[in-house]
Design a protein around this ligand. Structure first.
Ligand code: ATP
Ligand code: LTN
Length: 328
């Protein structure tokens, strides 16, 4: 039986966080054994908000190195840069003409991000259509994402269904793949907010290249509550629940097992153990990252990915043109 296709992308908007690692990359490391995996860098999405060019190009290289350092195997995954493949933007335009203004206006990410900036770009608004192009060009069966991106995968489905109805069978209908545990890792200082790469408050965000002592400090300073018992309770104990989610995602234990294991422990002890598992996991990643960041191997991986991804997306682009009635 042919393997199913999983596809996901991350934006090069900063050093990836524990949230990205758990919500996106960690999943892909598991899936690469089972699926035909495609992992790309959504650099065209990153320019929907202001970002300076030097930072962007540094982030792109860093993110590729981090993918691999986190265990993404270039022999098992198609790895590429979105901007290396012009068919994404071309396909996106044809999809945009089959997307409603109203449905894009309902996207919560757009509402949140546009509210932060009086003068936001049109790209921020059409962002989900480019994302639909990323997914639909490769006939992805599954799109592993954190829960915040579910709505975008759903709109990709809606657009695909609409396009197929109008023009015939062109796209496979993708499904989001969302893990229950660790699906949304929260900011350690404000557990009502997700831990985000572009967050301004550094203390609440653990980054994959943070030193061990920095990680230790951030975990120790995580906001908790006055209940004093390690318990999974998102409403009354959001901070501790977040730490349980982190611990669960990195150890494979479930939340009941963790609550039981730490039933008699104080928060300090639990935080130390959470810190230990993060430090252990990240120091292995950092070692590999340092070997890779300046190596030629990275460029070879990108060149290969560019060629292969263009080959696949071009086929879909030509089929779309033909179905729409444009000259092939
Ligand atoms: P930004 O701050 O630039 O919006 P981000 O940290 O939210 O970035 P994205 O690049 O938007 O990250 O997302 C990359 C992937 O990581 C997505 O699949 C997203 O769902 C997942 N992800 C992001 N933050 C978290 C989180 N806190 N918990 C779990 N998954 C997350
Ligand atoms: N919007 C996503 C990044 C992204 C993506 C995609 C994820 C762009 N294109 C296609 C999955 C599939 C984000 O911000 N995390």
């Amino acid at each position: 039986m042919e393997k199913k296709v999983t596809l996901t992308g991350l934006q090069p908007t900063g050093v990836i966080t524990l949230g990205n690692y758990i919500g996106a990359i960690g999943q892909m490391v598991e899936y690469q054994e089972k699926y035909n995996s495609i992992l790309f860098i959504a650099d065209m999405h990153a320019i929907t908000v202001p970002i300076d060019s030097e930072t962007l190009s540094k982030n792109i290289r860093q993110l590729i190195a981090l993918y691999i350092a986190c265990g993404i195997d270039p022999d098992k995954n198609l790895i590429f840069l979105q901007s290396d493949n012009e068919f994404h933007a071309n396909i996106s335009w044809m999809l945009e003409c089959n997307t409603y203004f109203g449905e894009l206006s309902r996207m919560t990410q757009f509402k949140d991000k546009s509210a932060k900036n009086a003068n936001f770009s049109a790209g921020l608004f059409t962002y989900p259509v480019l994302m639909a192009a990323d997914i639909l060009a490769y006939d992805a069966d599954y799109v592993p994402v954190g829960v915040d991106q579910k709505q975008h995968v759903e709109i990709a489905r809606d657009i695909a269904i609409r396009f197929n109805k109008k023009y015939g069978d062109v796209f496979k209908i993708p499904e989001p793949l969302i893990r229950i545990e660790g699906t949304k890792i929260l900011d350690l200082q404000d557990p009502t907010k997700k831990m985000s790469k572009s967050s301004e408050n550094q203390k609440g965000v653990i980054r994959i290249l943070d030193d061990a002592d920095v990680i230790r400090k951030k975990v120790n300073a995580a906001v908790t509550d006055s209940i004093g018992k390690v318990n999974y309770d998102p409403i009354n104990q959001p901070g501790i629940t977040n730490l349980i989610n982190i611990y669960a995602s990195l150890t494979g234990l479930n939340k009941e097992e963790i609550a039981k294991k730490y039933a008699d422990a104080n928060y300090g002890t639990f935080k130390r153990e959470v810190g230990d598992v993060i430090i252990e996991r990240f120091s292995a990643v950092q070692e590999k990252y340092n070997d890779l960041i300046n190596s030629k191997r990275l460029d070879e991986i990108l060149d290969e990915g560019k060629e292969k991804s263009r080959e696949i997306a071009k086929k879909k682009y030509i089929l779309m043109k033909e179905k729409i009635g444009l000259r092939r």
